[in-house]
Design a protein around this ligand. Structure first.
Ligand code: 26Q
Length: 754
């Protein structure tokens, strides 16, 4: 049966209507069901070794287009719907986006599942089924408000499996109910699975905001994803969540091992567990506990588990490295305490250096240390990041276990981030170099042959223009803002964090605003777009959102500036917004303080869609800059070595930077009468004081350099052919950042599945 016949059979069966007579919602659900049937009918890849990718977050995004593409039905579906006067994009309006992740780490896990499936590797994801996901962001009164985001509907991609495992908490146990999401692999006949655990009786959504009964663990355990913030009240619940995930996941591993006919003594031969940051690190003591229960000695259990587990680090921010009070674990999972104490003893026997201990003098468990001592691989997520781990952050561990350390530069799936989100560019690429890039993104380099082809470059510019118009329509419909598609689209989309320095971009907006006020007009209008959520308890991040929204309001109301400069914060930035914003971007803002952004992955998606990067030499920007060369990227700012030195010496003085010429007046604008008349004086004053006196992430250090680099980019943009060439080089060189390449490296160096 072809897709058209399947769809007809489905709508007749469900609604007794032919597809043409169905509403969008009916048609969406029927197409989802067809897609789901075809995905679940596929077998798992085989192999004696199986990977379990453990992650607290999987930011999957909508799945209809993605899964159709993987099944090889994307074009057929598009044409079929077009014949009925509908579109895939229109139907996807009906799909709710599961927001089971904060940002980069969660989206990386989703890209990895897509690539694992596409490479036909025997591997599944293991995570939690948060009912309200990360909060939904509302922007009102120039502030962020948080609301629950109930994404689950009666019909969704979740498949009940009927499997349940019992998780033993201190004082009670709780069934972990397993749901699966099928992950069809592109260009293979197989499918992987995302396993999501849930409580049997989830609590209903809170009436207001995202506060809920944190004590009611049995019902609220999977209510929300904990944002990366400092909300201490929720920390114990987060430990419960983590133990629930790893205990159920470890039991799933051992039951599958048995089903496959292998004994627990052979765990490390048949299982590999990739630990996505430290959030699932308790899987190590939990697997040891379960192996002890199955009769292994402590030595054998430790050996098997250490041989199965591998750890990925995603951060060098000290405050984001998890250290849980042992007392939390004593409450949530007391049975792990003696195992952790034994592992600490063993670690101390290997190294007398107290910096490598698992339990510190303050009764805290260092989760990363657990992974490094009792796992067989430690990887960073970009070349620079891995070097910093080896020589600075994790130096004592690198000295102890140099052979465990390796780099796996992140990647993104080009299926979602180019083929699905930018069909016009995809077709243009195929028209010029053929379809090989779809299975081997390295083939994009073939585009370099068109650098002098002015007709091709013109087409590239038209595609970008059309994508900008598409974004303008979306913003008009969803947010009621009217933008000028002929302006330059300067885009910064990522979680709100001081180290990512959205505040520095805001200082640029102030600079440009004052220039325009002074009669110095830019060559062309500029639209600065932001998309960012702030963790609910992260006050400074919320003040930065407030600053951006205040600038947006100030400029919108100013007839002198508005034609030349616009600022827009998209509400509730998520995967679906990213799919609209990325193809429409001219200038990609990647301006973190050097050494602080482990990799970045938005930078890669934007590059692949023909945006030119304006960035510091941080994370994967370093590799982007090396690949495209100095003509096709704008880099600026202090180097990671300089920044690391400033931190080590404690010699950064924000006030000195503030008094540098060209900085003070920009910072002082935060408390100017103009801005105070729009925004909240208390919030703006707090932010102003913080920038002057703290500036922990050295925004003022790089501000002038940033402004200069951005001015250069804006002026270069006016040579449209030269700019199109930069776009072309970026697209051509982006193939390296395919997550298919990243996953092939994980397999080659760590997993050994194929
Ligand atoms: C920790 C403790 C308690 C509560 C929450 C957390 C927590 C939650 C999420 C800590 C960190 C995260 C998320 C981190 C993250 O997204 N890191 C990003 O990972 C990307 C993929 O490797 C990189 O590209 C980014 O550079 C990195 O910031």
């Amino acid at each position: 049966m072809n897709l058209s016949q399947r769809l007809r059979a489905k709508t007749m069966e469900r609604y007794q209507l032919p597809p043409e007579e169905c509403g969008d919602a009916q048609l969406f659900h029927a197409l989802m069901a067809v897609t789901q049937d075809l995905s679940t009918a596929r077998p798992a890849p085989d192999g004696a070794r199986k990977l379990y990718y453990f992650s607290a977050e999987f930011l999957m995004g909508k799945l209809l287009s993605n899964n159709l593409l993987a099944l090889g039905l994307f074009e057929e579906a598009r044409d079929l719907l077009a014949g009925m006067g509908r579109s895939l994009a229109g139907l996807e309006e009906q799909e709710r986006e599961p927001s089971l992740g904060n940002g980069g780490l969660g989206r990386l896990a989703a890209c990895f599942l897509d690539s694992i499936a596409a490479l036909g590797l025997n591997g599944d994801g293991v995570g939690l089924n948060y009912h309200y996901g990360l909060f939904r962001q509302k922007l009102a009164d120039l502030k962020q408000q948080e609301e629950p985001d109930p994404w689950m509907e009666a019909e969704s991609w979740l498949i009940p499996t009927g499997k349940t495992f019992s998780v033993p908490f201190g004082g009670f146990s709780l069934p972990a109910v397993l749901y699966d999401i099928a992950i069809p692999g592109a260009h293979t006949g197989t499918a992987g699975r995302l396993h999501l655990f849930d409580v049997p009786e989830p609590a209903p959504a809170p009436a207001h905001g995202i506060d809920f009964e944190k004590g009611d663990i049995p019902h609220s355990l999977t209510s929300f994803l904990y944002p990366d913030d400092s909300d201490r009240a929720g920390q114990l619940l987060r430990v419960y969540q983590q133990y629930f995930l790893v205990s159920a996941g470890a039991q799933l591993i051992l039951s599958e091992l048995e089903e496959r006919g292998y004994s627990p003594e052979t765990l490390s031969e048949h299982v590999v567990v990739q630990i996505n940051d430290t959030h699932p690190s308790m899987v190590i003591p939990e697997l040891i506990r379960l192996l002890l229960e199955r009769g292994l000695s402590m030595d054998a259990a430790v050996e098997q588990v250490s041989g199965a587990c591998a750890y990925t680090n995603h951060t060098i921010l000290a405050e984001a490295l998890e250290k849980w009070p042992l007392e939390f674990i004593e409450t949530a999972a007391p049975q792990l305490v003696p195992i952790l104490q034994e592992l600490d003893r063993r670690a101390r026997a290997r190294s007398a250096d107290p910096r490598t201990a698992i339990l510190d003098g303050e009764g805290r468990v260092h989760m990363a240390h657990l992974d490094i001592h009792f796992g067989r691989s430690v990887n960073g997520v970009a070349a620079l990041h891995t070097e910093i781990l080896k020589h600075t952050e994790l130096k004592p561990f690198y000295e102890l276990y140099p052979e465990k350390f390796n780099n796996k530069t992140n990647g993104v799936t080009f299926r979602r981030w180019l083929e699905v989100c930018n069909p016009a560019l995809s077709e243009w690429i195929t028209a010029h170099i053929g379809p090989e890039w779809k299975t081997a993104p390295g083939a994009l380099e073939g585009l370099l042959a068109f650098q002098e082809d002015t007709a091709a470059l013109e087409e590239l510019l038209s595609i970008k223009a059309a994508n900008k118009e598409r974004l303008c329509r979306a913003l008009r419909e969803r947010q009621g803002v009217e933008l000028d598609p002929a302006s330059l689209f300067d885009i910064q989309i990522k979680r709100l964090h001081e180290y990512k320095r959205q505040q520095m971009n805001a200082l640029y907006v102030i600079y440009k605003y004052l220039e325009i006020k002074g009669g110095r007009l830019p060559a062309r209008p500029i639209t600065v777009l932001f998309g960012a959520k702030a963790a609910p308890a992260y006050q400074m991040a919320k003040h930065i959102i407030h600053l951006i929204l205040s600038l947006q309001a100030l400029i919108d109301a100013d007839p002198q500036v508005r034609p030349w400069l616009r600022v827009v914060m998209v509400e509730n930035y998520n995967v679906s917004w990213a799919e609209q914003l990325i193809p429409a971007c001219d200038l990609s803002e990647q301006i973190s303080l050097a050494s602080k952004e482990a990799s970045g992955t938005g930078n890669m998606k934007l590059m692949a869609n023909g945006a030119v990067t304006l960035g510091t030499l941080d994370g994967a920007n370093v590799e982007i800059a090396q690949l495209v060369g100095p003509e096709a990227v704008y880099t600026f700012g202090a180097s990671s070595q300089e920044v690391i030195r400033l931190y080590q010496e404690g010699s950064y003085r924000s006030l000195e930077q503030y008094h540098r010429p060209g900085v003070e007046y920009l910072v002082d604008f935060l408390v100017s009468p103009e801005l105070l008349s729009v925004g909240d004086p208390a919030a703006l004053a707090t932010l102003w004081r913080d920038m002057k006196h703290k500036d922990y992430f050295m925004a003022l250090l790089d501000t002038q350099d940033y402004i200069a680099a951005k001015e250069r980019a804006l002026s270069d943009f006016e040579d449209r052919t030269a700019w199109a060439r930069k776009m072309l080089v970026n697209i051509a060189k982006s193939g390296y950042f395919s997550s298919d390449r990243t996953i092939a490296e994980y397999d080659r160096d760590i997993w050994h599945l194929s």
